[in-house]
Design a protein around this ligand. Structure first.
Ligand code: NAP
Ligand code: ZN
Length: 346
């Protein structure tokens, strides 16, 4: 077994604190990665606080993992020791269902195995990237370019692919008006990809102070959602809304900003059910849909796209000892725009 250092929550009521545990030895199809950086996703916070469902404790969060491969199993073909690699939200899936065969492991009919807060197919709990090393089967490891700032690449493994995948699926690009709701970790990546794909991008934000940043990220317009005049000006104007909000929010208000046939795409996952009156949808043949992360091949495609177009996340690098404060700031929407843990601090 491999001794592993980590930060864990022992219960939904406790802060994260140092913890050690054992990971499995490197199997024939496994890759071991020395973790260098791990992004901090709002999903980490939802899960350590049991906001979605009862979690498995102790919990080591973290699913935006980048590092260097230290060891590979005998049958590993794609990777070698010394390579830079990434791991996102999944570490396994059945590999044989129609979704897995289609490269949609995130929608595996048996359910994919999440990087943490899940039981692996061996029945052992999974532990995430707030730790110094991880062992993952090769199919769920992606290659990371050495051209980009590695710390700023980490958030691409979740915030990046979660926004890239739906924009690709719905073909959002030239000639489309896209609104991104919430300028946080996911939102700022949604802006970058929307702009890169040629869409006209508007940020819908609760934080007037983020306007200059939104424009610097490439957004063409910025709307403060508490300002009625500004909202009125964009009524019925968007083809797509990418909704990254982590908390309770007024969906009908956003639906009123869609054009006829417009689509509201939920990637944010607020704990409480959202209220959607029929009359927010039927008069304009509008759709509400959802999307989660992306498949492994698509994650690699996204990373390659980012390397080619020089796209990374805007990050604030923190030591792991600062994680609990970082969560407090994240709840307040005070992230510019993703915390990334320097695992060397562990
Ligand atoms: P984040 O960095 O905290 O960003 C969320 C942003 O939403 C905030 O910065 C804020 O932006 C806005 N916001 C917060 N409270 C709001 C409210 N009450 N009403 C309207 N806007 C509000 O979080 P994140 O890491 O991007 O994650 C966002 C959500 O996506 C979380 O629920 C997370 O669990 C989920 N998620 C889903 C997937 C998936 O696969 N679908 C993957 C990763 C994360 P402004 O200041 O601009 O308003
Ligand atoms: Zn995430």
């Amino acid at each position: 077994m491999i001794q592993t250092k980590a930060y864990a929550a022992q219960s939904p009521e406790t802060d994260l604190a140092p913890w050690t545990f054992e990971r499995r030895d490197v199997g024939a199809h496994d890759v071991q990665i020395e973790i260098l950086f791990c992004g901090v996703c709002h999903s980490d916070l939802h899960q350590i606080r049991n906001e979605w469902f009862p979690g498995i404790f102790p919990m080591v969060p973290g699913h935006e993992i980048v590092g260097r491969i230290t060891q590979v199993g005998d049958h590993v073909k794609k990777f070698a020791a010394g390579d830079l690699a990434g791991v996102g939200c999944m570490v396994d899936s059945c590999q044989v269902c129609y979704n897995c065969k289609d490269g949609l492991e995130q929608y595996c009919v048996e359910g994919n195995t999440q990087t943490y807060n899940n039981l692996g197919r061996d029945g052992v709990p999974t532990y995430g990237g707030y730790s110094n090393t991880i062992v993952v089967r090769e199919e769920f490891v992606v290659s990371v370019s050495d051209k980009l700032d590695l710390a700023a690449v980490a958030p691409l493994l979740c915030a990046g692919i979660t926004t890239y995948s739906p924009l690709k699926y719905w073909g959002v690009g030239k000639g489309h008006k896209l609104a991104v709701v919430g300028l946080g970790g996911l939102g700022h990546m949604g802006v970058k990809f929307g702009v890169a794909f040629g869409a006209e991008v508007t940020v819908l934000s609760t934080s007037p102070a983020k306007e200059a940043d939104a424009k610097a990220l490439g957004a063409h317009h910025f709307v403060v959602t508490s300002d009625e005049e500004q909202l009125k000006a964009v009524q019925g104007s968007f083809d797509y809304i990418l909704d990254t909000v982590a908390a309770d929010h007024n969906i009908p208000l956003y639906l009123s900003l869609l054009k006829t046939n417009g689509t509201h795409i939920l990637v944010g996952a607020p704990p409480k059910p959202l209220e959607i009156p029929a009359f927010a949808l039927i008069p304009g043949r509008k759709s509400v849909s959802g999307s989660t992360i992306g498949g492994i091949a698509e994650t690699q495609e996204m990373l390659d796209f980012c390397a080619e177009h020089n796209i990374v996340s805007d990050i604030e690098l923190i030591n792991i000892q600062d994680i609990n404060q970082a969560y407090e700031r994240m709840v307040k929407g005070d992230v510019r725009y993703r915390f990334v843990i320097d695992i060397a601090s562990l």
